[in-house]
Design a protein. Structure first.
Length: 346
């Protein structure tokens, strides 16, 4: 069969052109000596592809193999979702941390998804779609440690970054959490009491959360021996928040602390120990819930409450009957747990 010249242009030594179903195809061929036929015979080899005027289209299997060589599998869903939901944070990081924003956002995202130690972040990064959205982030463990140490010294940039999210916040909730640490590489872990009355070296983390935005808007790290009201006041002023509510634990309550916090004109919520004399249990003792102010649902069970005023401060009393019953059972069964044997005497 006579082939067009544009087809013959693809014929090389060791190949053969075939015309099948109105298409031109190229095959490898070779020859070998057949002892029975006592002559050389042609042997068809590998199929090289379909010939077109634009070139040779490789076989589908070859195309798939070529694609597989360039194929990489990366986690997509969580990375893409978190990135899309936090583009405002990415924008702010670019503004206040222009040299480290890639690492800061990538670390936060990967720690959220995988709760990973710093040494594994680079591995997670390379197998996550965040490496496509934010390429060239430097996430080797040593690089991260040096970067975080350097960023931690940029207090003003940190405060300015958070102020962008403070704007428009109606009420900020303030909480302090203590973290015990015996590290000899820090000076901020000082001896101090926490809510469990443990007197050990610790660090106090002060957080502020926006009630309407449902997100953190400020943080500050304080030495373990600093729990004064002045620290709250200075932190609120630094954050730029106008209307804040300080939430403490039971261990914070004392008359001196209440006087100090009122002196600074700060709003506060302090849980009280049950045995304080200023608590009025009369309505609970009478068992008449019609005298209560109402109830709300917590974990699918009702919690009743009433309030009253003491020294111009509003007190709230809560009654969780499920919790009350559970504590009563534990109290009554506790002596029995120490009894090893029971005897019946007739």
């Amino acid at each position: 069969m006579k082939f067009p010249q544009w087809v013959l242009d693809f014929k090389k030594k060791g190949t053969e052109i075939r015309f099948l179903n109105n298409y031109y195809y190229l095959y490898e061929i070779s020859s070998h000596y057949d002892k029975e036929k006592k002559r050389a015979v042609k042997k068809t080899g590998k199929f090289l592809g379909k010939i077109t005027q634009d070139g040779i289209v490789p076989p589908k299997t070859d195309r798939l193999k070529a694609n597989l060589k360039n194929l990489s599998v990366k986690e997509y869903g969580a990375s893409q979702l978190i990135y899309n939901m936090n583009k405002d944070i990415v924008s702010s990081l670019k503004q206040f941390f222009p040299y480290n924003w890639k690492e800061l956002f990538s670390i936060a995202l990967l720690r959220l998804i995988y709760q990973s130690h710093l040494r594994y972040l680079e591995s997670y990064y390379t197998t996550s779609y965040i490496s496509e959205l934010i390429p060239d982030a430097k996430l080797k463990e040593k690089s991260i440690t040096a970067m975080l140490k350097q960023v931690g010294t940029q207090r003003q940039a940190i405060v300015d970054f958070f102020k962008g999210f403070v704007a428009g916040t109606d009420i900020a909730l303030v909480d302090v959490t203590s973290i015990l640490s015996n590290s000899e590489n820090m000076s901020i872990n000082q001896l101090g009491y926490n809510n469990k009355k443990i007197y050990d070296p610790q660090v106090n983390l002060l957080f502020m959360f926006s009630q309407d935005k449902q997100m953190p808007v400020y943080y500050r790290i304080l030495p373990g021996n600093v729990r004064e009201i002045s620290a709250f006041k200075l932190s609120i002023e630094e954050s730029g928040i106008d209307n804040a509510v300080i939430i403490t634990d039971k261990g914070f309550y004392s008359e001196d602390n209440v006087i100090a916090i009122e002196k600074e004109k700060l709003n506060f919520i302090i849980p009280l120990r049950r045995n304080l004399s200023i608590i009025d249990y009369n309505k609970i003792a009478k068992g008449d819930k019609s005298k209560f102010d109402g109830f709300f649902m917590f974990e699918n069970r009702p919690v009743w409450y009433y309030s009253y005023i003491v020294d111009n401060k509003k007190m709230f009393i809560f009654l969780d009957e499920h919790l009350k019953s559970s504590e009563e059972s534990d109290y009554l069964l506790k002596p029995l747990k120490n009894v090893e044997n029971f005897f019946i005497i007739n």
